[in-house]
Design a protein around this ligand. Sequence first.
Ligand code: ATP
Length: 371
Amino acid sequence: MTQPSSGGDVRLDRISKTYGSFTAVHPLDLHIPAGSFFALLGASGCGKTTTLRMIAGLEEPTTGTVRLAGKDVTGLPPYKRPVNTVFQSYALFPHLDIYENVAFGLRRRGITSVRKQVGEMLELVQLGDFARRRPQQLSGGQQQRVALARALINHPQVLLLDEPLGALDLKLRRQMQLELKRIQTEVGITFIHVTHDQEEAMTMADTVAVMNGGRVEQRGAPAELYENPGTTFVANFLGTSNLIEAEVTDKSGGDLVLTAPGGRLSLPADRCSAPVRTGGKLLVGVRPEKITLTHAEDADTVPEGRNRLTGRIADASFIGVSTQYAVTTPGCPELAVYEQNIERDARLVPGAEVVLHWNPAHTFGLDAAQN
Ligand code: ATP
């Protein structure tokens, strides 16, 4: 077992970064609790690396403060902060074997008896048998584990990971995602992970902050962001969102009543992030796997209380674990529906008239004027 380390929390107060007249990160407040696995997720250029670099001390914020484990570190150089960073390029020393690569940080601090700690670290990343190999004799995934062991050996309170799995192929990436999660749970250090890959962020992180244009659009637990996105950007970035324009016809109850081309819908008021007024427009979303399709001839078998729209199958593809349908409704050229583990209804072929229906609790409402 490795020596337990305690994670530190990270508090960013109004930090921003401008380069000349360009603002890479707008004033940002973020609290990352100690011991959490936090992901900064966003498309290329949204400011996530700049944010990470300001935490590391590699970039000076234009405004604001960075606090690590309760201490203001804004003016401190990287080596005086209780953080370490793992980059996509592993930056291992090619002339040193794996053991010495991992021992490097300890030796630099003047620690001579390193055997126990290096041994434990190599066990943690499951490279105990590779100690005497050189980096170039390891696979990409193994090299990444060495980089991780090297960053963890000094027991930082916060580990920053900048697209650490970016150079790996898909299968290895998936494997390493689970591995990173296991290691984080075992060592208890706060991990802050930067990625553009939504699946990666959702697999590993307890909390995800979605960045767009230098701002955090929304933060929350992965399932919460997926099921109840607050903006169209978040809805689309985290999967297929099926956005339907609808008009509010009644807002007097706990559920809003909406009219959309092809049906009436209800939306729990607490799942709507937009201002609501009777007669106003909303974008209503539902994830593809939440929708069930019933052939129009059997429409009377659809249970009461479901949201329902009429539609026509435009395309159907059986992809092994599920059947993916594209369905045209009066208001939308194409809604996606994924149905799993069902006996395929032979009648649900392109051209078939169907009813799309789902539990209103899976509906979310967004501001139609946002984009
Ligand atoms: P990627 O995933 O591509 O690394 P990112 O979300 O991490 O993207 P950043 O590297 O944080 O994005 O960059 C944010 C914005 O700031 C980008 O538009 C980038 O071009 C700009 N930027 C970053 N560093 C500098 C710099 N030194 N000078 C000028 N502009 C910069």
